[in-house]
Write a protein that binds this ligand. Structure first.
Ligand SMILES: Nc1ncnc2c1ncn2[C@@H]1O[C@H](COP(=O)(O)OP(=O)(O)OP(=O)(O)O)[C@@H](O)[C@H]1O
Length: 605
């Protein structure tokens, strides 16, 4: 929650720090991709506007030709004329509204496509800094707001402008002096709009951020619902949610106040002017019955002008809302994707990995690097184990191999090539990862095992992976077998079952380099033995980097790299390290006395 508040506070300062014009033009470019539809919508809006604007003239005709002079032709045909006009208005209105809505939906579709396309290519750092809930909020709320506000703006600009121009022309035609008086209100209207603009831009940005805050809290409460129950965190979570929800309410109320204030302010301006017009008409222009028709038509036109004028007065609100949401949306589309400048096309690695004096920190301004002067190698087919207390940098080393991050200094080489020189996709094709958090997708077991490799479907290979990872042991108990959908994050499976699916995925991928991070931690003893056997077989002949908290599983490793505080404190095979009598030997002794303990709780510092 503290984080949410902080980010909101930071964003407050940036609320208007973007180029509104540039964002608006960019938004228009999305609309102009559907130029033909837009032209159709605008064309019919103009026609609809013209029809609406002609109502005042028609009323005058009805009063004059119908009531005063009793023109027979008019009396006979006026009903039909009215019907034709109403029908035309209905049909034109339908075409205009539907086509504009279609343009809006297409823009929403395309912006979402662009966001998600880039999201899949963003560097890991982006996800470290932006919560998934905020991304969801941008994709759903901000995109919708952007497109709806933009299409609404266009509708107002084209239809209401035509109605306004039509009615104002009619007013000028009837009496240009009175109309000039009426138009005196315009500069004041512009003043009100300018004031509202500023407020809107700020509150719109804050509303978007508060939506992200709400999404964050709900996501955390859903994912952590068990912890919340066990530790009685309901009150704390509810308080977090209340804060986010209240902030959202406050910002919405601020916006509503400005929004609700615009129309009354315009009415306060226009009211006295209308009274003045009434006074002038009744006192100076009242000449015979014809002037009554002209007066009714004139006042009608003035009153009819109110609605489009009000909407035009609020068009800036729409633009501000749309542009602010668009700015948030474009920030994801513009976020720089992972650097993939490598040119070495390297699809057949021998699996020789080497760290040369590698140092790394997550944030540039960190005083203490997370990894310092890391030097070790894994020759083709070798197995190297990383051990060390929690936070010593083991997972970070695996992240660097997969190039989720780049080291600040030193070089990591694969078969002599700097990893940065390799084509990113090629590098990752060479590596399989089974990590602590098993990432399963809400899809079937079969598709989870072949994730990203569906085009390589090979039944025999799939069955072999299922067998080797002991997935078959629980598969036959599931009525739908491989077609069983695992639920979000695989929540409908046990931890051990999830991990076996992840191992099967790695086996199916059959890549020359393996990274196993706590690969068997979620398995019971029986399954673990089976899986350990499967992994042993799998690791044979492959370059493997294993992070295991139980030393018993890595005794046979070719090299054991012992880390502490991001530095290698010793390395060598199991026996050598025991003989050396250093930290590894201490740890081994401690774990032998407490075979149940898996972690480095008693790490000797
Ligand atoms: N994405 C990140 N952003 C900033 N700091 C991070 C990030 N990931 C890890 N760290 C920090 O880097 C250090 C090393 O973390 P790492 O996950 O590599 O340790 P580890 O040895 O794998 O720990 P464990 O055994 O608990 O998994 C820790 O201090 C951690 O707080």
């Amino acid at each position: 929650m503290i984080e949410t508040n902080t980010s909101i506070a930071t964003d407050k300062r940036d609320a208007s720090a973007f180029d509104v014009r540039a964002v608006f033009l960019r938004l228009l470019r999305y609309l102009f991709r559907h130029g033909h539809l837009l032209a159709l919508a605008v064309g019919f809006m103009v026609l609809t506007g013209l029809i609406e604007a002609s109502v005042a003239a028609f009323i005058e005709k009805v009063l004059k030709n119908g009531f005063l002079t009793g023109d027979q032709w008019f009396v006979k045909w006026s009903g039909i004329m009215l019907m034709v006009v109403v029908f035309a208005r209905a049909i034109f209105g339908f075409i205009a509204n539907y086509t504009m809505a279609k343009v809006g939906r297409l823009v929403i579709y395309e912006i979402r496509q662009d966001i998600f396309y880039n999201l899949l290519r963003l560097p890991t750092r982006y996800f470290d800094q932006n919560s998934s809930a905020k991304n969801v909020s941008k994709l759903i709320y901000d995109v919708e707001t952007t497109a709806v506000a933009t299409t609404d703006t266009l509708s107002i600009l084209f239809k209401d402008s035509v109605v306004t121009i039509g009615l104002v022309s009619w007013l000028f035609y009837k009496d240009w002096r009175l109309t000039l008086i009426f138009l005196l209100t315009i500069p004041f209207l512009i003043g009100i709009i300018r004031y509202a603009n500023k407020r809107f831009r700020r509150t719109s940005k804050e509303i978007q951020d508060s939506m992200g805050g709400i999404a964050d809290t709900v996501k955390e409460a859903s994912i952590g619902h068990k912890v919340i129950k066990v530790y009685g965190g309901q009150e704390q979570e509810f308080e977090n949610f209340t804060n986010a929800n209240r902030f959202n309410l406050q910002q919405n109320l601020k916006r509503a106040k400005v929004s609700a204030g615009i129309v009354p302010s315009t009415l306060l301006l226009v009211g006295p002017i209308l009274a003045l017009i009434l006074y002038i008409f009744l006192n100076y222009l009242r000449e015979g019955p014809e002037s009554a028709a002209a007066f009714v038509s004139y006042i009608m036109a003035c009153l009819m002008l109110m609605s489009p004028l009000k909407r035009l007065a609020k068009v800036n609100e729409k633009i501000q809302i749309g542009v602010t949401a668009a700015n948030s949306v474009f920030s994801v589309i513009d976020a720089e994707p992972e650097q993939n400048t490598g040119t070495v096309d390297y699809s057949e690695t021998q699996g020789h990995l080497r760290f040369d004096d590698v140092s790394f920190c997550y944030a540039q301004d960190d005083d203490q690097p997370v990894l310092q002067n890391i030097d070790f190698e894994i020759k083709p087919g070798e197995r190297v184990a990383l051990v060390g207390p929690s936070g010593s940098g083991k997972s970070t080393i695996t992240s660097l191999i997969l190039r989720f991050y780049r080291p600040q200094s030193g070089v990591i080489r694969l078969d002599g090539h700097d990893l940065n020189d390799l084509v990113l996709g090629d590098l990752r094709d060479q590596v399989s990862l089974v990590s602590q958090e098993t990432s399963l997708f809400d899809d079937t077991i079969g598709r989870n095992i072949m994730y990203g490799m569906l085009d390589t479907y090979d039944e025999a290979r799939l069955n072999a992976a299922i067998k080797a990872a002991h997935v078959d042991e629980f598969l036959h108990e599931l009525p739908l077998g491989l077609e069983t959908v695992v639920g979000e994050h695989g929540l409908r499976l046990s931890g051990g079952q999830r991990q076996r699916i992840a191992i099967a995925r790695a086996i199916y991928k059959d890549s020359p380099i393996l990274i196993l991070d706590e690969a068997t931690s979620a398995l019971d003893n029986k399954s673990e033995r089976y899986v350990q056997d499967a992994l042993e077989a799998l690791m044979k002949g492959r370059t493997s980097l294993v992070i295991a908290h139980r030393l018993s599983t890595i005794e046979s490793a070719d090299n054991i790299v012992v880390l502490d505080h991001g530095r290698i404190v010793e390395q060598g095979p199991h026996k050598k390290l025991l003989r050396q009598g250093g930290v590894y030997a201490d740890l081994h002794r401690a774990q032998s006395k407490n075979p149940g303990k898996k972690g480095f709780f008693f790490w000797n510092r």
